[in-house]
Design a protein around this ligand. Structure first.
Ligand SMILES: NC(=O)c1ccc[n+]([C@@H]2O[C@H](COP(=O)([O-])OP(=O)(O)OC[C@H]3O[C@@H](n4cnc5c(N)ncnc54)[C@H](OP(=O)(O)O)[C@@H]3O)[C@@H](O)[C@H]2O)c1
Length: 353
């Protein structure tokens, strides 16, 4: 073993020991309460108490991905107190520290959405850490898949921009995405031109695997699986204790051989608002992620995190287990509608006016 690898392993082991010291090793497993009714938890990840995030194979690809992934919004949203009453984005130095610690815990999946700093910040951090080779990097071209020739240009342009922003020579996973504003009306799941572009990019060695998805109703996922499922490697959709429509979609995805990357375990934080996260609800974020991971159809659960503390809590879901009282609390939260506002579009039956 060379010196570099050996010192990295020692550092990773010490990070894990620190995490376990801070978090405890998870409550004793309790029986599944009503919230799990209908969720497929039969191969819930086994309890592991070594503080290491477990890996799953992404669909039928050769990618071994951490079951918890680093959300791209971590870098683009202003959520860190700036010391003068406002909020700021995380800095590159903070990103370096968080990504290094996350990777020491076994996290290797890094997502990025539309804002460019979701690529530039982790890209620079991985470069400084010299850990790109350990990472699985995912980008999401946000275009509308109109089924027109111009779709190809959009995909090429987006890919080149993202390669540059991440400072990499290939992308591990490219997920065709879409914009929230058109979600319920997204009848234009015509990805035929995009597929042509993706094929060419694969031949050029610029992308390895592909997928699609975002904020869509099940109907359009089923259409896409039927028409295009065989072409792609995975799909992506929101899934959390309250917004569980994905449970209808995931089996169909699996049937056509697609892996599943879930987003929004906290409905972008709305499920955590007003909770006593310093006290009685301290385990709620971790348990929300653990709930997602218990579904055997999920390959990766992406979490948006804005501090080392949030990151440690959320990633510990990989080895912690939900207690009986934890399930009961999740059930209570899941029964409460998300208030009308930014994320109400996740609510079943909700439609844009
Ligand atoms: N177009 C697409 O396909 C698409 C769309 C959405 C998301 N995604 C991907 O999915 C990822 C996850 O989704 P998301 O970031 O929208 O939502 P999310 O993971 O459901 O919520 C993230 C928010 O939850 C809060 N949070 C997380 N851990 C916490 C903790 N331990 N304690 C307290 N609060 C905590 C944070 O809010 P505060 O920072 O405000 O405290 C954070 O911003 C994204 O980052 C992105 O990579 C893709």
């Amino acid at each position: 073993m060379n010196e570099h690898v050996s010192s990295r392993e020692t550092k990773a082991a010490s990070t894990r020991r620190r995490f376990l010291g801070q978090l405890g090793q998870g409550a004793v497993a309790g029986g599944a309460a009503g919230i799990l009714h209908g969720a497929d938890c039969s191969t819930a990840a086994g309890a592991s108490s070594d503080g290491r995030v477990k890996r799953r194979r992404l669909g039928t690809t050769n990618l071994e991905v951490s079951e918890v992934g680093f959300g791209g919004h971590s870098w683009s949203y202003k959520r860190t107190p700036d010391g003068s009453g406002g909020y700021r984005k995380l800095t590159i130095d903070e990103a370096v520290e968080m990504i290094d610690a996350a990777m020491d815990m076994g996290v290797n999946f890094f997502d990025s959405c539309t804002p460019l700093d979701e690529c530039t910040v982790p890209g620079e951090a991985l470069k400084r850490l010299k850990r790109r080779d350990e990472a699985v990097i995912s980008v999401r071209p946000s275009h509308k898949m109109k089924g027109v020739e111009n779709d190809k240009k959009e995909v090429y342009k987006w890919t080149e921009e993202r390669l540059k922003a991440w400072q990499i020579d290939h992308i591990d996973l490219l997920l065709l995405s879409n914009v929230a504003e058109v979600t319920p009306q997204s009848g234009y799941w015509d990805m035929s031109y995009s597929i042509e572009a993706l094929d060419k990019l694969k031949q050029q060695g610029k992308i390895r695997y592909t997928g699609f998805g975002s904020h869509f109703t099940p109907k359009w996922f089923f259409v896409a699986f039927h028409k295009f499922g065989k072409y792609f490697d995975c799909c992506s959709m929101p899934y959390n204790v309250r917004h569980r429509v994905a449970e209808k979609v995931m089996p169909a995805a699996r049937k056509v051989g697609l892996g599943v990357v879930t987003i929004k375990p906290f409905a972008r934080g709305s499920l955590l608002k007003g909770r006593d996260l310093e006290g009685a609800d301290a385990d709620v974020p971790r348990d929300m992620v653990a709930f997602v991971l218990k579904n055997k159809a999920v390959d990766v659960c992406l979490c948006g995190v804005h501090s080392m503390a949030q990151m440690k809590t959320d990633f510990s879901a990989s080895w912690a287990q939900i207690s009986q009282s934890g399930y009961q609390r999740l059930e209570q939260i899941a029964a409460t509608p998300v208030p009308h506002g930014e994320h109400c579009w996740l609510e079943e039956g909700w439609r844009y006016a």
